[in-house]
Design a protein around this ligand. Sequence first.
Ligand code: HEM
Ligand code: HEM
Length: 349
Amino acid sequence: MTSLVYTVSETLRYRGAIGQWSWVLHRLSGLGVVLFLTLHVIDTSWAVFYPELYVKAIAAYQSPLFTIGEFGLVAAVVYHALNGLRIAAFDARPVMWKYQARAAWFVLGGTVLILVPVFLLMFGHVQEFYSSGRPILPLADVLVEQLPFALGIGGAAVLAIILSAVIGAVTGNKKPGPVSKGAGSPIERFWWSFMRLSALIIIPLVFGHLALSHIVQGVFDITAAGSPVAGTLIEPNPSSILADGINQSGTAVEYVAERWNFLLAGVAIWRIYDIALLATVTLHGFNGLRYVLTDYTNDSPLLRRAAVILCIIAGVVLLTVGGLALIGEIPLAARDAAIQAAANLGLGE
Ligand code: HEM
Ligand code: HEM
């Protein structure tokens, strides 16, 4: 019965004109956000581990190429969230399936309605930055900056294929059964429920995070010298330069330190917020990536197993690197190294 419900729901969701398009858009938007997340968590960890590299990473975020990408990222998150809610709601209320095509149009319309004012607000920040004459990292540097990520992702894929080959040689390379989301084994049922539950938690977390970094302050304010840091002003600690609520040096490292050192009633609320964000989006995103990759590697036990291994490696690396950064300290020396790095790049204010 469950499998019948599942088959019918998949057919209604994924076939036909608008259903097919929303399936494609949901998949592409999810993949785009997973790619961004991989770069973003590693970049952000540099605020703790390699302050000089974090300066460059944020300068890349403030370049025209990434500015265009940020509009795409926001659009992807908004569409994926609304469509994900539609999928979860129709899965929960099968009697509503006859309205699924109309709901898919509502999702598109809702996305446009949300994006128009959001893009206008974001555009305000963009215009202010580009007309301020503040220095911009050249495109060549921005691209070179992304090379290690491309190599890292390629290396992880090769490692996953080698591990898969070794496991296959030991276990006899049996063809695995399909990943049947929801209806299959207990573990697949767990992941099916997890995708929906995590989605509900991700919505407030990711939109709160995006509002802070795009609307309240904007990506460009991360490096505005002497500017207050949003979400840290209720209880600043004037005795500590890195927790006084003001990004005095105008370095991205001091900005992150301000947020992570901020204590509300003694609790590092932004660290806890980011830990929750990291855990939910990484598990949801890489399990989603597993669904996508295993869909396309059904015919090859080697590649299918490699796809699963790749998602596990990537998820574990991100949780470890991001988690260690989130419990790490950013000392004054890191801020000073960032000031020096910005000056060397000609980015100081
Ligand atoms: C903003 C709130 C979000 C909601 C409401 C949401 C909802 C969903 C739902 C309901 C699914 C379908 C799961 C299934 O087929 O069992 C899904 C799949 C997926 N999600 Fe999300 N999600 C959200 C955020 C994210 C984020 C932040 C990422 C990336 C880090 C992401 C990446 C993916 C991927 C890659 C898939 C697989 C797509 C496919 O199978 O075609 N999602 N999401
Ligand atoms: C271009 C848009 C974004 C900007 C400018 C941005 C900026 C930042 C900044 C400055 C931090 C460090 C401290 C803080 O302020 O919380 C951070 C951390 C984080 N962000 Fe974003 N963010 C963006 C989009 C996203 C999205 C879409 C996601 C989820 C899919 C996300 C997930 C995270 C996570 C998990 C952390 C913690 C990282 C770690 O542990 O190393 N961010 N972000």
